[in-house]
Design a protein around this ligand. Structure first.
Ligand code: GLA
Length: 724
């Protein structure tokens, strides 16, 4: 049993963690504990209640001036009850009042977990147990159902929230966040957030949570390049291998808010959910609203262990469908090989040389549809560009297949160009505020996917396309932020629903297409990694990590990504040198070593490679095919290193491992370097290849592996370790 309920004390146990809260004598849901597993303990004794000036008391507290929503650790804080910290729920009642006071009503415990209407969410297995706790507002007919799904073996708890209107009049939901974590014991804590920009995603910022709010958020209608919808809160002294760390990962791809604050008495509050700005949802009597899921994970052994727990969980419970756990085909993507400048002959030449090297899948990127020859036209016209393909798209697909390659294609379903047949037929389908010309971004506009008829039309168009020939892979792109938030289909009072309804439309289209074409491998993308989130991973087992394919830039991007997301889903390609984004020159071996993730491929014209380089690529692809289990699904250890980046991937049985080290500079007369490995079996002896040393796991863990003297630009060291 992972869920224990005793006298309104709720304890959720995973293999290594305990989460606890209680409904107190007033029915207030108090958070009590989240941390290392502790059995048979009621943590209520930890909460200290004191009279705090200017922190008011609920009416039923009588003369007790110590009971205040403003200071209690809470499971689901609301606005309008005297809690002045960031809340999860705020509403406007039909009379304009905004007060709320949620109290415990009942609970249930059951096997499995409920589906979240229209939203991606973690998938239960036979061992998953859920707790649902219902709270009811003392006055209105509003009730809140909190769900905690416990994945005990994976050390993850998935939280979600449903708001129900049992009253007789509509209520406006002004904010509905999914999760609050109150850390009430004062401590020096840090928040890690993942910030970025186009071609520079998921940089790590670790900063102290001090007074004043620390926020990672998006208001762009997509989870965004700029902040990732996931965070880590850890104690100030937490390292890669020691100390406490908590992750909160939002399973959502739209605008979001993550906020951490230190309150007046040095308690830390973290809230996570849908971005309240530009959100207002009218809830009619009898209706409910479901907020997206948040995955919570805890580690007492540092950030590395936390990441590994998230990786194992996402690989097993978010990524699903035919491609989960499988080797992905080695692909060649046409984008950096040809951009918009191609015809069928050129593509076939590229494909032919790719096939000779061992590539398995040819992906035709942007430029194949309507009359598209640049980024100014044709989004919305999802049929082959007749000027480019003499044999039509199906003909091209047949020819690519005849070379022994699978055929994949790029689409950008959510967008429309003004210069398109679709726009001429439906000028009112894009997001645009009445009487104002909409914001143009990359010369394109956004379709109003909150409208069911537009989603239906897109489903028909893409079903026809995907049935028209043997397409086995789709790259679903999304290349701008949303603006002009007004939908012709919503009344004035409901315009605040648009952004979330847009996401529900995107998810509905993804759901329908992935269901209708279950064997297609889907990769999502948004100007690179602009929607790199657990919501998208529910539909597409891989995501294009960044438009920046420079391996040195990728070190930081992929490392940042690895704090939350597993290597299996990271789209990474070997591109040409000098790199098209940075102009930097790097060795082919380095490019392949950095790209060797779960979704490995090439993004260059192989005809331009020298004979030696071609041989090297053949060997790289063979290596990937031999070692894909380790590259994609090996347990990932980020190693400490003084001069560069080192990471180790270890097989589940610890019998094999691959070490990769990239030095980021060159020194003369350099100090000796050692890498202390992790995750190996101390009792095993490992054969280190190609250097040939025989070393015990214990020696590699504690003594470390000496690195050879390294010279030149970005030297690379790779070792395979095999247990003897
Ligand atoms: C985005 C993607 C690229 C490529 C281009 C095509 O930028 O991230 O990989 O597909 O669009 O226009």
């Amino acid at each position: 049993m992972s869920i224990i309920v005793k006298n309104r004390l709720f304890t959720l146990n995973t293999a290594n963690s305990t989460y606890q809260f209680t409904a107190d004598a007033y029915g207030i849901l108090r958070h009590l504990y989240y941390g290392t597993r502790v059995d048979n303990t009621d943590f209520s004794y930890l909460v200290q209640q004191r009279d705090r000036g200017f922190s008011g008391n609920p009416a039923d507290a009588g003369d007790d001036r110590t009971l205040s929503f403003d200071t209690l650790p809470l499971e689901y804080p609301v606005y309008g009850c005297g809690d002045y910290r960031e809340s999860c729920l705020a509403v406007t009642h039909p009379d304009g009042s905004r007060a709320l006071d949620l109290r415990f009503e009942d609970y249930s415990v059951f096997q499995g977990k409920p589906e979240l209407a229209g939203l991606p969410a973690s998938i239960a297995d036979l061992k998953t147990e859920s707790l649902q706790v219902r709270l009811r507002d003392l006055v209105s007919g509003l009730s809140v159902c909190l769900t905690y799904a416990v994945f005990a073996e994976k050390d993850v708890i998935a939280r979600s929230v449903r708001i129900e209107n049992h009253g007789e009049k509509p209520i406006t939901l002004d904010r509905v966040l999914s999760c609050c974590l109150d850390f009430f014991q004062p401590a020096a804590r840090d928040m890690m957030l993942f910030y970025g920009r186009h071609a520079g995603e998921r940089n790590v910022q670790r900063s102290a949570i001090l007074h004043g709010k620390l926020r990672a958020e998006s208001t762009r209608g997509a989870s965004s390049l700029h902040y990732n919808p996931a965070t880590i809160v850890c104690t100030h002294d937490t390292t890669e291998t020691t100390g406490e760390a908590y992750a909160a990962v939002l399973v959502y791809s739209g605008s979001f808010l993550i906020s951490a604050e230190l309150d007046q008495i040095s308690q830390t509050r973290l809230v996570v959910g849908i971005q309240p700005e530009n959100f207002a949802w009218r809830l009619e009597p009898g209706e409910s609203f479901t907020a997206p899921e948040v995955l919570l994970a805890y580690s007492a052994e540092g950030l590395g262990c936390l990441s590994r727990r998230l990786h194992a969980f996402i690989d097993a419970h978010i990524i699903h469908g035919a491609w989960a756990g499988r080797r992905r085909p080695v692909l060649l993507n046409s984008w950096e090989a040809a951009y918009f400048d191609y015809d069928d002959e050129k593509l076939l030449q590229i494909a032919q040389s790719a096939a000779e090297l061992g590539v398995e899948l040819f992906v035709l990127d942007d430029g194949w549809f309507g009359k598209r020859n640049g980024d100014t036209s044709s989004l919305g016209d999802w049929y082959g560009n007749e000027n480019k393909f003499k044999c039509g798209l199906p003909g091209l697909c047949r020819k690519i297949n005849a070379l022994g390659l699978d055929f994949g294609i790029w689409i950008e379903p959510e967008m429309i160009s003004m210069d398109s047949e679709l726009y001429r037929a439906h000028p009112d389908w894009m997001l645009a505020a009445p009487g104002r010309p909409p914001i143009k971004s990359r010369c394109q506009y956004v379709l109003d996917l909150s409208r069911g008829e537009i989603v239906d039309d897109l489903f028909e168009q893409f079903s026809a396309l995907l049935s028209s020939c043997n397409i086995s892979y789709v790259k679903w792109d999304m290349n701008r932020s949303l603006a002009d938030l007004w939908s012709a289909a919503l009344p004035a009072a409901r315009q605040g629903e648009l952004l979330h309804r847009y996401m529900l439309g995107v998810y509905a289209l993804l759901q329908r297409l992935t269901e209708a074409f279950p064997n297609i491998l889907w990769e999502t993308c948004s100007g690179g990694g602009g929607r790199f989130d657990a919501g998208m991973l529910y539909y597409s087992p891989q995501i294009w990590c960044s438009d920046n394919t420079d391996p040195i830039a990728r070190l930081a991007i992929q490392r940042g990504t690895s704090y939350i997301y597993p290597p299996s889903c990271v789209g990474a390609h070997v591109s040409a040198s000098p790199n098209h984004q940075t102009g930097r020159e790097t060795a082919l071996a380095l490019r392949a070593a950095v790209a060797a993730s779960g979704a490995f491929g090439y993004e260059l014209d192989p005809a331009k490679l020298s004979a030696e380089e071609k041989q090297e690529v053949v060997a790289q692809i063979q290596d990937y095919k031999r070692n894909w289990q380790l590259y994609a699904y090996g347990t990932l250890y980020r190693l400490e290193s003084m001069r560069g980046q080192a990471w180790l991937r270890v097989a589940a049985d610890k019998k094999r491992a691959i070490l990769t080290y990239v030095q980021e500079g060159a020194d003369a007369n350099a100090p000796a370097q050692y890498l202390k490995l992790q995750g190996l079996d101390p009792m095993q002896t490992y054969h280190v290849l190609p250097s040939g040393q025989m070393l015990s796991g214990a020696a590699l863990l504690h003594g470390g592996l000496p690195l050879p003297e390294l010279r030149g630009n970005y030297p690379l060291v790779q070792r395979i370790l095999e247990a003897t």
